[in-house]
Design a protein around this ligand. Structure first.
Ligand SMILES: Nc1ncnc(NCCc2cnc(NC(=O)Nc3cccc(C(F)(F)F)c3)s2)c1Br
Length: 272
């Protein structure tokens, strides 16, 4: 019985394993579907917490969106079910955990590893944008690694269908594009900006506009106050890609297809 085929799942179908992490609204556990022995990540969300924040609509939207996405670099949401006080998300298990923990432990990634992750993100976002989905909250905390070290975008708790231009503020401010800071209408170009932020953070270990307080970070974003520290060598091709993504005018940013054809990606990313 493949996970995604069965109609109604219930708590008793799974045995709970180790604690994996604490996300918003609840904890995540490694679990095993008893019949098949299939490992999954089980996210437990307390209903009274959703009531408190009126997040039912967000969660419903995530379930609809993520259930429809099937891409090697997007974490699968196989199913969901609920009992009296909890909602359970049956998620693909990413055995190598959270990418940001790896980044913090090594300081910064090699250009090959960084380019491979940027290429995976560009392919995953191109797929999402074809399905008119903007993630809007791409940050290292939402990136996971599977057993083979393949990157998986997770947590579509803030994703939206991008038919109309969006206005809602969301996500961590380090990754916010200028048009989101100014609460202007925004479209999937925000994910391209975020790809530039992430590429910088993969190579330098911190996001480009980090500052002591939030106001300074927002000011640096609005000015696109971009500097490349000379603490360690980073190729000019890598800097070229970052400069072509961190462009204030959304329509002037490299498209996802252009990213995949950029020399730095062509010369450094592992073939998918
Ligand atoms: N090693 C691992 N392998 C797989 N997964 C892991 N962690 C879970 C990552 C997630 C994927 N999707 C998620 N989705 C939500 O949390 N959604 C959510 C939850 C509550 C409220 C809301 C809302 F109401 F705000 F929308 C939305 S968490 C780990 Br660690």
């Amino acid at each position: 019985m493949a996970i995604e085929e069965k109609e109604e799942w219930k708590r008793e179908d799974f045995e709970i394993g180790k604690f994996l992490g604490e996300g918003k609204f609840g904890k995540v556990y490694l679990a095993r579907e008893i019949q098949s022995g299939y490992p999954v990540a089980l996210k437990v969300i307390f209903k009274e917490k959703l009531d408190k924040y009126q997040f039912w609509e967000h969660l419903r939207r995530e379930i609809v969106i993520q259930s429809s996405l099937q891409h090697p670099n997007v974490l699968r949401l196989f199913a969901w079910f609920h009992d009296e006080e909890r909602i359970f998300l049956v998620l693909e298990y990413a055995a190598k955990g959270e990418l940001y923990k790896l980044l913090r432990s090594v300081g910064h990634f090699t250009e090959q590893r960084a380019a491979t992750y940027v290429a995976s993100l560009a392919r995953a976002l191109a797929y999402c944008h074809e399905k008119h989905v903007i993630h809007r909250d791409i940050k290292p905390e939402n990136l996971l690694l599977d057993l083979d070290g393949r990157l998986k975008i997770a947590d579509f708790g803030w994703a939206v269908q991008s038919n109309a231009k969006r206005h809602t503020m969301c996500g961590t401010i380090d990754y916010l594009a200028p048009e989101m800071v100014e609460k202007k209408a925004h479209d999937h170009g925000v994910d391209n900006w975020t790809l530039g932020i992430l590429c910088y953070e993969f190579l330098y270990g911190m996001p480009p506009f980090e500052a002591a307080d939030q106001y300074d970070t927002l000011r640096r974003i609005m000015k696109v106050d971009l500097h490349f520290p000379s603490t360690h060598y980073v190729s000019s091709e890598a800097k070229d890609l970052i400069c072509k993504l961190l462009v204030k005018e959304s329509s002037k940013r490299l498209s996802l297809k252009q990213i995949l054809r950029h020399p730095w990606i062509m010369n450094n990313a592992e073939p998918s």
